[in-house]
Ligand binder design. Sequence first.
Ligand code: KG4
Ligand code: ZN
Length: 334
Amino acid sequence: MTTVVLAVESSCDETAASVCRDGKILSNVIATQKVHEQYGGVVPELASRAHLQNIVPVVDQAMADAKIQSSDIDAIAFTQAPGLIGALLVGAQFARSMALALDKPVIAVHHMQAHVLANLIESPVPSFPFLCLTVSGGHTQIVRCESPYSMKVIGETIDDAAGEAFDKTAKLLGLPYPGGPLIDRYAATGNPAAYRFPEPQIPGLDFSFSGLKTAILYFLQEKKQQDPDFVEKNLPDICASIQNRIVTILMNKLVKAAQETGITEVCLAGGVSANSGLRNALAENGKKFGWNTHYPAMEYCTDNAAMIAITAYYKYLQGDFATLETTPTAKSDW
Ligand code: KG4
Ligand code: ZN
């Protein structure tokens, strides 16, 4: 007996579908919505409309790539929370309708748990318990994961997410949205010690990034008064210094979490785990503290449906099904 799960993800601005057979990902299709670029951020109403247009072709493609028919599907999964409510409704409604038509169960998946479990998609997988630093445009969390069914947020941002810190400071530098990858690219040739930005003093394992953004705003205002071309002349050094600070804020808390819990399996997840400074810092700290470190392949770090499918597969094994009345919610605690 095999188990085939079809999963859809529609929490923000990617319409995605994936097919998983017995925990192995057979397809991973993502339609990134271009419509938001001109607005410098995601416009919820436009995201919902684009999901409606994309979802059927994306699911068709995912089933074709996986070489499955609808009769092969054992369960249909969707992202229940958190996310943009209008966007989530499209995926949920699609999944519930397809489940009704095929007379198969639905599985509701928590988007942030799925980011963590993306680390289970490809070998070598982390052993339990592991810590996961989930860093994306909307979230920054340290999660203690005991099993696919048991995980707990032990630290999170009290204001902006790490991805927002990258994107908002990139905007101050005149870079287009999303600026995170551009900061990473310019930082490669810059000096991370060129400028020192403050590290917030937040108790415990929580993070804060809004003060950093303000500090960079004032720093740039002052420098531009002295030299209007300051940013153009020093972009690599500025980017390297910003990236260095964001990464040290993240890593210092991750090190603290590892020390407090005694856990030495340490993972990254979310779109910001693409950042080369963060990956290098994880490797360095891994060596220093004897951690086994992991991060998912890039296609499983940014928003995708394969992470929803793998999470749903584990839920399927436990018989943890939703009902046709299960509705999404914009916010959700674990
Ligand atoms: O997980 P994700 O694709 O979407 C969600 O927010 O859920 O993450 C997107 C975020 C954006 O803020 C983007 O700027 C950031 O990840 N990002 C990066 C890099 N690649 C993506 N930030 C820094 N360096 C990168 N290389
Ligand atoms: Zn995400």
